[in-house]
Design a protein around this ligand. Structure first.
Ligand code: WTA
Length: 631
């Protein structure tokens, strides 16, 4: 059963209902799922704790809603279509029946490995169907998965293993990415050696490169799967049991483990998927994200599969072996809904329209954008050259913490405006706050974006540190969830996201905490102090600009800059590598020693004439010296 909205008046009607009678509204949506036991109470909440419980005492297993529910109706429909990195390699299609069988077999593998309900399992894998099978296997046996993007370094991986106390890791021998082969298993070996909780590592063979398999610790995926029973009775989970932890960056040095729970996340991802993308049975849907990010969780795996959709999973990169690869895949599988990030659009835009020319793209009905504000130029290019002005663009605003899309047009229903995420989904009560804590009502206002009522897909806590969750999201504005984003509501009541207002930068749609990058830079023995800011970057949206005070010893600047970049790659991973590093004699600080990032941000984006008053700085001259040495 689908709860799809079909008209604009239908949207306004549903929205109204969701605000005035949220419990009745969500009960109706939740009714279409398979619950082993129905809830006693729809919602209990306070944003002080915070304490949020949806579908109290309901019992379910999310994989029954993906597998058993579809087995006898659409068992032959492709669930996952996999397109490999190399177009010469054969793709794979897993129907819902295939997926059922593979997930059951893998659940039996997990049980054999001693994994029990509540155990933490880290998934560090390439974009292969086995990554989704691993996630669903965990969910089926009640283990909590934590997918770590396979571009993170062994340091970043071991931090996450330690933070959640992971018992098992699922990985691959290597990853194919464009023309590179990445030795993934070696990264895992290093991380495991530094930690003490991991009891076994399951290795999916992808590249067939040489790896070290430690007796008693490492096991091949295919050997464990061999001969396993093809059924597995799903564990009964409480609606509020943890489904997964996903680490994300914030304004402090350490990434935090955002916790999502089984019932609410299930209801919210399916509902938002069907409505935003206007998915019809039989459509082929493709989201280009990586499963290491929330977009991959909610809109490659859970949302689409709960809706019985066909979801494409692509292992490669947009430009390999040529910059028309995305469009080739769209034509190959007759993709109807295509969901990607502005950074990918801008990167492809740079190649002009020639790479698109050989492809018809006529199957496309809906285009989506996620991860960062989409600039108007990219929006128009996407709309004209990919959507042929025929396909609505859904600019979807949401976060790891929100679990699913919060503000977005419903495809073909909500009139769009370039660069606007438009209107909130039903169930989402937004508020715009000024810096004094006052809500700005009415239209034509700008401020900080908050949510004032719970929604089923929201985070429940940050793993192992509930107070951090409270301080980060629920303390800035009493009784509200604070998103960390600035927003404008225009004269039509449409929302335009303006970007982060905290010390988080968004690099190619990936969140990086400036403090996290600074900590990594400071690991270099010759670095004395550093300050990192974001600056506008043509392709990445924001680039990373690092101001660093160093003890030069007898290094050249170029040498030192190279070493600092390597240090960041080692500590976090290549995604955090600064685009620009400037060695500076000092940093602009207030008399109390606080770094004036505002000034550094202005210098990085070239707005030297609007630096404001610098006379109150500890050493005002340092600003001139930094401007002189700008890179
Ligand atoms: C930004 C990704 C503008 C925003 C799903 C948010 C966006 C952060 C949009 C979350 C959008 C995401 N328009 N900004 N359509 N989508 N953002 O947790 O700053 O990786 O706070 O979740 O990305 O990033 P995250």
């Amino acid at each position: 059963m689908s709860d799809r909205i079909h008209t604009l008046s239908g949207y306004f009607h549903e929205y109204q209902k969701s605000v005035t009678q949220p419990e009745e509204f969500w009960a109706r949506i939740a009714d279409s799922f398979h619950w082993k036991k129905r809830w006693d109470k729809i919602l209990e909440w306070d944003f002080e704790g915070p304490n949020v419980k949806w579908f109290q005492n309901a019992k379910l297993n999310i994989t029954e809603n993906i597998l058993e529910r579809h087995l006898f109706t659409i068992g032959d429909r492709p669930a996952i279509i996999w397109e490999p990195n190399d177009p010469e390699e054969e793709g794979r299609t897993l129907t819902y029946s295939d997926l059922y069988r593979e997930v059951c077999k893998f659940s039996n593998v997990l049980i054999e490995q001693g994994v029990k309900k509540g155990d933490k399992v880290i998934i560090y894998m390439p974009m292969v169907p086995e990554a989704a099978i691993a996630m669903l296997g965990c969910a089926r046996v009640g283990a909590v998965h934590s997918v770590v993007f396979a571009g993170f370094s062994s340091n970043a991986l071991s931090d996450r293993i330690d933070d959640c106390g992971a018992k098992l890791i699922i990985t691959s021998d290597g990853n194919f990415r464009g023309n590179k082969t990445i030795p993934v298993k070696a990264v895992v070996d290093e991380a495991v050696a530094r930690t003490s909780t991991v009891e076994s590592v399951i290795v999916y063979q992808r590249t067939k490169q040489e790896v070290v398999m430690k007796e008693g610790l490492d096991h091949w995926w295919h050997e464990l799967m061999d001969g396993k029973a093809e059924t597995h009775l799903a564990e009964e989970m409480d609606a509020e049991d943890m489904l997964f932890i996903l680490y994300t960056s914030g304004s402090t040095g350490q990434p935090k483990g955002v916790v999502h729970t089984c019932g609410g996340y299930m209801v919210y991802t399916k509902y938002s998927f069907e409505n935003v993308f206007q998915y019809s049975p039989g459509d082929v849907y493709w989201c280009t994200a990586d499963i290491g990010w929330i977009t991959g969780h909610s809109y490659i795996v859970y949302g689409p599969l709960l809706a019985g959709a066909t979801s494409i999973m692509f292992e490669g990169v947009p430009t390999y072996p040529h910059p028309g690869r995305f469009w080739e895949i769209v034509d190959k599988y007759k993709v109807n809904q295509f969901y990607t990030a502005p950074t990918a659009i801008r990167a492809l835009q740079a190649f002009g329209t020639e790479p698109i020319a050989p492809y018809s793209l006529e199957s496309l009905k809906v285009l989506g954008s996620v991860g960062e504000p989409i600039n108007e130029e990219a929006w128009h290019w996407y709309h004209t050259h990919i959507g042929k002005t025929r396909c609505p663009i859904v600019d979807t605003w949401w976060q790891t913490e929100t679990g699913g899309i919060m503000v977005s047009p419903l495809a073909g229903i909500t009139p769009t405006k370039p660069a606007y995420a438009t209107l909130p989904l039903p169930g989402i009560h937004l508020a715009i706050m000024d810096t004094e804590g006052k809500e700005l009502s009415g239209n034509s206002v700008e401020g900080n974006l908050c949510v004032k009522f719970p929604w089923p897909g929201m985070l429940r806590t940050t793993y192992g540190d509930h107070d951090r969750c409270k301080q980060t999201y629920f303390a800035a504005y009493k009784g509200m969830y604070f998103t960390g984003d600035g927003v404008k509501r225009d004269h039509d009541g449409y929302y335009r996201i303006l970007g982060r207002v905290d010390d988080v930068i968004n690099v190619s749609g990936h969140r990086m905490g400036t403090a996290e990058v600074e900590n990594a830079i400071n690991e270099h023995p010759l670095v004395i102090e550093s300050a990192v800011v974001g600056y506008p970057h043509e392709v990445k949206g924001q680039g990373i600009y690092a101001y660093v005070i160093c003890d030069m010893k007898n290094r050249t600047e170029a040498n030192l800059i190279g070493e600092i970049k390597d240090t960041v790659t080692k500590i976090i991973g290549p995604i955090a590598k600064p685009d620009k590093i400037q060695i500076v004699p000092g940093l602009p600080k207030t008399r109390s020693g606080k770094i004036m990032r505002r000034i550094l941000r202005k210098i990085a984006d070239g707005s030297m004439d609007s630096l404001g008053d610098t006379s109150t700085l500890l050493d005002p001259d340092v600003v001139d010296k930094i401007i002189e040495g700008k890179v």
